[in-house]
Design a protein. Structure first.
Length: 325
């Protein structure tokens, strides 16, 4: 139907946004004339710098403490948009009430015993699968039952030009391996340790330099892990280090990398969306739910669920497989 308006509520971090990209792409494929908007947390809106499907990104602090006036403001904003379809990743009864109060005719969400008729198009929730597939299952409520398409990100030409200029400035030539080892403030607040020990990183990088002297190494840090990047380059002065000023510019560096070593993080999902071969380090989280089962995306899972217990040898063996593959 022409001129339909669709809005999707996507709480969560940068990684959750990228994991929902296949769902948004399939929506566009089935409703090619529709305008698709999203509501995300302020910290996550940068993900849409690499998404060409979404028309408008609205922000709402889903995880912050809120009053009923905050919720009512969101409901009114959605009502003014005159949407035909609203889709939500949330599973709580409160989210279902929120969808019902918007008055949107088609309300899509995960079904359970607390649906209470508030959803017009419920979908089955299956958490025992890759998260992108789980999110895509929401579309079954709309009768869309094909498999999820691959993650895909679009880097705009201006960011690609910045990436090329930054590599020239740093004298980083292809082939190069990109290292992203930081962790977000949200993960730290939740008590999830995704920081791999500095000494182990140094051992990994020294071994890489000795084994593959023809491959450059580029350290990419975010706003939350400047100290980590500084410590690495202090220990190994020949390393190149940068801090991209935007998510799109980070994508430009990942897109042209030969390979990537990272922790379980938003940049890991971006690497998958850009089809860059990568090795990802996992502590307590389950890689089967966060990486697609493809041979050029290699998880290294801690034997104890503590990321610091991953040995450098475990990482290096997977890096060798990825590079030779």
């Amino acid at each position: 139907m022409a001129n339909q308006r669709i809005i999707m509520l996507v709480p969560g971090g940068i990684g959750d946004q990228i994991l929902v990209f296949p769902t948004l792409a399939d929506l566009q494929g089935h409703y090619p004339q529709a305008q698709i908007d999203v509501v995300v947390e302020p910290r996550s809106q940068a993900a849409y710098e690499v998404n060409a499907v979404v028309n408008q990104v609205l922000t709402f602090p889903f995880r912050a403490k809120k009053t009923w006036r905050d919720w009512w403001s969101l409901i009114q904003q959605i009502r003014r948009g005159q949407y035909d379809i609203i889709i939500s990743l949330g599973e709580s009864g409160a989210v279902r009430v929120l969808l019902w109060l918007t008055g949107v005719p088609k309300r899509v969400g995960y079904a359970n015993q607390k649906t209470w008729g508030l959803l017009t198009h419920p979908a089955t929730l299956n958490k025992n699968q890759y998260a992108a597939a789980m999110y895509h299952d929401l579309l079954q409520g709309l009768g869309i039952k094909n498999e999820y398409p691959p993650l895909f990100a679009t880097v705009n030409p201006a960011d690609q030009a910045w990436g090329e200029s930054e590599r020239l400035r740093l004298q980083v030539q292809s082939p190069y391996i990109l290292i992203h080892g930081g962790s977000s403030k949200m993960a730290r607040l939740k008590g999830i340790n995704k920081i791999y020990p500095l000494g182990a990183w140094i051992e990994v990088l020294h071994t890489l330099n000795a084994k593959y002297p023809e491959i450059s190494v580029l350290i990419v840090q975010g706003p939350d892990d400047q100290e980590w990047g500084e410590q690495l380059t202090a220990a190994i002065p020949e390393l190149k280090r940068t801090q991209p000023p935007s998510f799109g510019k980070l994508a430009a560096l990942i897109e042209t990398a030969t390979g990537m070593i990272c922790t379980d993080s938003g940049p890991m999902h971006l690497g998958v969306a850009l089809n860059t071969p990568l090795v990802a380090l996992f502590g307590p989280t389950d890689p089967r739910k966060l990486l697609p089962p493809q041979p050029h995306f290699r998880p290294v899972k801690s034997p104890t669920e503590q990321i610091g217990d991953i040995s450098p040898a475990m990482i290096l063996s997977q890096v060798t497989e990825v590079l030779h593959g």
